[in-house]
Design a protein around this ligand. Structure first.
Ligand SMILES: [Zn+2]
Length: 434
């Protein structure tokens, strides 16, 4: 069994002025505590929550005696998390200031500081006693409640001062049974597509991550420069950027692709094979980008981002993931183990068998064989999974082309199972129904 957690955001109903004021005061005290604790933690190089609490508990209790004592615990947790990441950055000498700035405050709650009251009410401990408020549950909230997810004891709240509402971060958890894989589903993530191999057929999902990420970056920069020139730092800029951000979110393709892949793996009871990217940033697309920060962002968004989404989804379905070494995955012919020459195209020729290969299909087959051979970090032995390599189909004389699926098509699909291919592939890889 593996534990999976999800955070859901629910709002409270609009609170009366008097009640909301209590939360504003609470937030103020909590902020002061966190600011003080972060400073002390950084000054004394304390990264652990337990040590920070041991250092500070008495003094904080004295200073904030009106607050329920567990706020000291949660503020210490909050502060030690902030201090830890700041100290990490400091080690890389990235931050310009000596102490981290506590800008945004989210109040951390433990089981002594809040309690659900049925499914639509919660109560929160404050310096003025317990305050009970109604929630505004939504479809997603009910989905988790009804599908057997359990509410965890930790929560966070943020204040929406404009609307006098609490924004409540609830965590749901579920135990998922891990499935024994009965086969493998290799996934090759590229700049512009994600290619998978299932039933001996390669599917290439066009993503154009490069265009999306870079487009977003340059657009954003352009807006910033334009508004800086015309208005200085005005609210209007914020608005324009916010709109752009939302648009980007909508275009966020990684969850859709992760859904398709994981559901396919679930249906087939396959383990998913991913490249172990590690710190491999020396990708062509990324190497082109001079700006270090942007390079990092592109890497995250395109490769790790898609992988992470697949990992998350896979957890939810109890699908295991096998990581294999990405070295030479597209360079060697999976049949002859001989180099493939590409000549600036995505289709290359095997130097031994002279057959043609699509680069991303080669990568998938090689990931598949690497996993079979146990080249992965924790790849199970193939004998356990009734895999018969001799059945792996290879059409010897044709290009091993993937079935290319345009983004406008796949983005609307729920399952690859119900796949409809609008343009017929030139031929089928494999003839024995594998
Ligand atoms: Zn070959």
């Amino acid at each position: 069994m593996i534990g999976v957690t999800r955070t859901i955001i629910v709002k409270s109903v609009k609170l009366p002025r008097k009640v909301f004021k209590v939360f504003v005061e609470l937030e103020g005290m909590y902020r002061n505590m966190v600011e003080q604790l972060v400073m002390d933690a950084v000054k004394n190089d304390v990264k652990s929550f337990i040590r920070l609490k041991a250092f500070e508990y008495k003094e904080m209790r004295k200073l904030y005696s009106k607050l329920p004592s567990h706020y000291v615990y949660t503020a210490c947790q909050d502060a030690s998390t902030r201090a830890k990441s700041f100290l990490k950055l400091k080690k890389l000498s990235l931050p310009k200031r000596n102490y981290p700035e506590v800008k945004k405050i989210t109040i951390w709650l433990d089981d002594e500081l809040w309690k659900p009251n049925g499914l639509t009410l919660i109560k929160i401990a404050t310096h003025k006693g317990w305050i009970i408020t109604w929630l505004e549950p939504h479809k997603q909230y009910w989905k988790y409640v009804n599908r057997g997810w359990k509410l965890r004891s930790e929560a966070k709240i943020k204040l929406d001062k404009k609307n006098r509402q609490l924004i409540i971060y609830l965590t749901f958890a579920k135990e998922v049974k891990e499935h024994k894989p009965e086969g493998y589903l290799p996934v090759d993530v590229n700049e512009n597509n994600v290619t998978i191999l299932t039933d001996g057929i390669a599917y290439l999902f066009e993503t154009n991550v490069e265009k999306i990420v870079l487009g977003y970056y340059y657009k954003r920069k352009e807006i910033q420069e334009r508004y800086d020139k015309v208005y200085g730092k005005l609210r209007i800029k914020k608005k324009a950027l916010k709109k752009l951000k939302e648009k980007k979110k909508k275009a966020d393709i990684k969850w859709k692709i992760a859904n398709i892949i994981v559901k396919k793996a679930y249906e087939k009871q396959n383990a998913i094979i991913l490249e172990n990217l590690g710190k491999r940033v020396a990708n062509k697309m990324i190497a082109r980008i001079k700006n270090k920060q942007l390079r990092h962002r592109v890497f995250q968004a395109s490769f790790r981002g898609i992988q992470k989404a697949i990992e998350e989804k896979a957890k939810e379905y109890g699908i295991s993931i096998i990581y294999v070494n990405p070295r030479n995955t597209s360079k060697l012919c999976p049949i002859h183990n001989a180099p493939i020459t590409y000549n600036k195209s995505r289709v290359g020729k095997c130097s031994k068998g002279k057959e043609l290969w699509h680069r991303d299909v080669v990568a998938c087959w090689n990931l598949f064989f690497k996993a079979l051979r146990g080249d992965g970090s924790d790849a199970p032995s193939p004998s356990k999974h009734n895999l018969d390599v001799s059945h792996v189909p290879f059409g010897m004389n044709a290009t091993h082309d993937p079935i290319e699926i345009n983004k406008s098509l796949w983005a609307r699909w729920k399952f690859l199972g119900g796949i409809q291919i609008y343009h017929k592939p030139p031929y089928h890889l494999g003839t024995n129904g594998y």
